[in-house]
Design a binder for this molecule. Structure first.
Ligand code: CTP
Ligand code: MG
Length: 250
């Protein structure tokens, strides 16, 4: 039997969970971070569009600020989004980890690949999203996009007195370090198990899968997938958007 006669593989059905429930304390006073605008459009809408731009993503679950689910629903209704994608909004929790868990709890059956993507990374290119999905499809239980570091990193001990100098205890070899971004991609059952069993505080979802003893793999990240964290990041995000508009008239 030739390959031509084999049935086509089933289409990939990935779901994206977008935690957007944080306040954005480091960005300074104002609306919750995900609702602040970039180029006139809420950061969350940019992030939702970036994930829905992947043809493999057929569902997006937005985890809204605990008291902001209705506002997020109306924002999604008010902005043009692809018809082939379904959207669900759930209220979030106290920590990012809790918010992601609440998003996972809202996933209907039928999606074997789950991406978790920070609303605070509104400008991730679709090629990065697709590369993560592809690596999960090829069999990795967990995939993270990441970049080499520009700065040397030091491990320090807490200062003897608050605000005092911090003693350096180690300098990891920079070439072996990676700065990890989102979307992180997972085999759904693995991510659900990680969130049900790992109780340590972690700063990313792949960290929970590592705690299960499973291998997490890295694919190339993208500099435009940076996280909007501090005020200067807003300046950079606006500049990236302006450059895109110039380049493709979009
Ligand atoms: N997040 C969330 N629920 C929380 C805390 C964070 O859904 N309780 C989300 C944020 O909305 C963001 C992502 O997790 O999209 C990454 O978190 P971070 O960049 O730290 O955002 P904030 O927690 O909002 O910012 P800050 O830590 O400065 O308050
Ligand atoms: Mg935070």
């Amino acid at each position: 039997m030739s390959d031509d006669s084999l049935p086509a593989p089933p289409p990939v059905r990935a779901a994206a969970v977008i935690p957007a429930a944080g306040r954005g304390v480091r960005l300074g006073p104002g609306a919750p971070k995900a609702l602040r605008t970039l180029g006139g459009t809420p950061m969350l809408i940019h992030a939702v569009r970036a994930l829905a731009a992947s043809r493999a993503v057929s569902l997006v679950v937005v985890v809204a600020p605990p008291d902001g689910a209705a506002e997020v629903k109306s924002l999604l209704d008010a902005h043009a989004l692809p018809d082939r994608t379904d959207f669900v909004v759930v209220p979030g929790g106290e920590t990012r980890q809790e918010s992601v868990k609440l998003g996972l709890d809202a996933l209907p059956p039928g999606h074997d690949i789950v991406l978790v993507h920070d609303a605070a990374r509104p400008l991730v290119p679709v090629d990065t999203v697709d590369a993560v999905i592809e690596a999960v499809r090829e069999g990795a239980p967990a995939v993270v996009p990441a970049l080499p570091l520009a700065d040397t990193v030091k491990e320090v001990e807490p200062a003897a007195v608050p605000g005092g100098p911090e003693p350096v205890v180690a300098t990891p070899e920079r070439a072996r370090l990676r700065a990890v971004q989102t979307p992180q991609g997972f085999d759904r059952a693995t991510l659900v198990r990680a969130h049900e069993t790992v109780t340590d505080e972690v700063t990313d979802d792949a960290g929970m899968v590592e705690r299960l003893g499973l291998t997490v793999v890295v694919v190339p990240g993208h500099e435009e997938a940076f996280k909007v964290t501090r005020p200067l990041d807003l300046v950079l995000a606006e500049a990236v958007l302006a450059r895109r508009r110039l380049n493709d008239g979009f």
